[in-house]
Ligand binder design. Structure first.
Ligand code: ATP
Length: 250
């Protein structure tokens, strides 16, 4: 039931590995009026995890296991209905692409709007427009209404804007699974660069290769429970052993 602050956890930002999020036996319930015989549905039942500054944590698990809900708890968007969450006074950004995009505005105007909706100040986002323009590789299309863009172009613009926000903890929900191979390569490189600069990352993915590439630790969530956490290869191996033993239709 508790969501409290970790005392003094940001007093020494340079100290690698300080604890910034601690969750114990967390459960999150949603109202489930449409599910017969149940008034509440526990999207998370019992999740415990510790997140330290500078870590790159990959969250794996089957569809519906509770991964996205867990990200929202880490971000502070959803509170626990049972168990406890302690967080240092950190800024978290759930990486979402195309927030606030409006089809009739140009790429440039959408970049400003979206950046502001992601929490940036107007003057900061304006200063970063050249970097956004360059990263997105949109060329002259940057000045065109985004209704003329392909999905790939929209993603490039969305990612270029989102990358300008600099949170303490970056939370990524599958976003790298979208887009073509070239975009995935480029966005992955940008994220690795961000990580080298000490940003803490929590990354939900169904792609083993991305978890291997981007994470140094993994957490396996199954039916709302944290089943295993540890080195990426160990957790992936255990997860796949169970998947192959008892495949579940997606
Ligand atoms: N706002 C909500 N209201 C009701 N149920 C919800 C809500 N959000 C999530 N759920 C349910 O909670 C469970 C966990 O959902 P969640 O999106 O966290 O799983 P996930 O592991 O991220 O799934 P996927 O891999 O398919 O994206 C699912 O059964 C989902 O239907």
């Amino acid at each position: 039931m508790a969501s409290t602050q970790l005392q003094g956890a940001t007093e020494a930002p340079s100290a690698a590995g300080e604890l910034i999020v601690s969750m114990r036996n967390v459960g999150v319930a949603f109202s489930a009026k449409r599910r017969l015989g149940e008034s509440r549905f526990w999207a998370l039942e019992d999740v415990s995890l510790e997140l330290r500054r500078g870590e790159r944590l990959g969250i794996i698990g089957r569809n519906g296991a509770g991964k996205s809900t867990l990200l929202r708890v880490i971000a502070g968007i959803v509170g626990p209905d049972r168990g406890s969450v302690e967080r240092a006074p950190i800024s978290c950004q759930l990486l979402s692409l195309m927030v606030g995009f409006s089809p009739h505005l140009s790429g440039r105007d959408n970049a400003i709007l979206s950046g502001m909706m992601l929490g940036m100040r107007h003057r900061d986002i304006k200063q970063r427009l050249p970097a956004i323009h360059e990263f997105s590789e949109l060329g002259e299309f940057f000045e065109q209404p985004i209704s003329s863009y392909s999905t790939g172009m929209l993603l490039r613009l969305g990612f270029s804007v989102a990358m300008q926000v600099e949170p303490d903890v970056l939370l990524i929900d599958e976003v790298l699974s979208v887009g073509d191979a070239e975009f995935q390569e480029k966005s992955g490189a940008a994220l690795r660069e961000r990580m080298r600069n000490g940003c803490t990352v929590v990354f939900v993915s169904h792609e083993d290769s991305q978890v291997r590439q981007l994470c140094d630790r993994a957490l396996w969530v199954e039916h709302g429970k944290s089943l295993m956490q540890g080195p990426v290869e160990d957790v992936l191996a255990a997860y796949h052993a169970v998947l192959h033993a008892a495949p579940v239709a997606k």
